[in-house]
Design a protein around this ligand. Structure first.
Ligand code: CMP
Length: 132
């Protein structure tokens, strides 16, 4: 499954095994609040199965599914969580702690580049929505 995740495309088998050993698999029921705006961010989430909505107040900023990630902003910026993330179906995520994420990501420039591309895409979509 991890081999098909776009941000992990540059990782070899050994590196993928390391991710799956370091990470914890967490299951959430439909409606569960996975991340809450304003709280301290201690984890990076990769969706293995299911679907989530990213929300601020009652506005839906994005819908994410298998292969997508969230929770990276608080790890990059050390700021509180910028939005709520709520499961809208039974959802399974792979969760890496801040410590594990940076221990791994620091030596993976291609993976970080993939994440930056996705961040830029999300920022562009938010800018577009603001100007509509
Ligand atoms: P973080 O701020 O740690 O916690 C909330 C997460 O929601 C955030 O990281 C991103 O992963 C995600 N997120 C916030 N804003 C957007 C957006 N406009 N589009 C997609 N995802 C977002």
């Amino acid at each position: 499954m991890l081999e098909r995740v776009p941000i992990f495309a540059s990782l070899n088998d050994r590196q993928l095994r390391r991710v799956s050993q370091d990470a914890v698999e967490r299951k959430y029921s439909d409606g569960a609040a996975i991340v809450q705006q304003g709280e301290k961010g201690i984890g990076f989430f990769l969706i293995l199965d299911g679907r989530v909505e990213v929300r601020r107040k009652d506005r839906v900023l994005a819908t994410l599914g298998p292969g997508h990630f969230f929770g990276e902003m608080a790890l990059f910026s050390d700021a509180p969580r910028s939005a709520d993330v709520v499961a809208t179906a039974p959802t399974t995520c792979l969760v890496l702690s801040r410590w594990e994420f940076w221990g791994f990501a620091s030596s993976q420039p291609k993976m970080l580049r993939g994440m930056l591309e996705e961040l830029a895409r999300r920022l562009g979509a938010s800018n577009q929505a603001l100007s509509e």
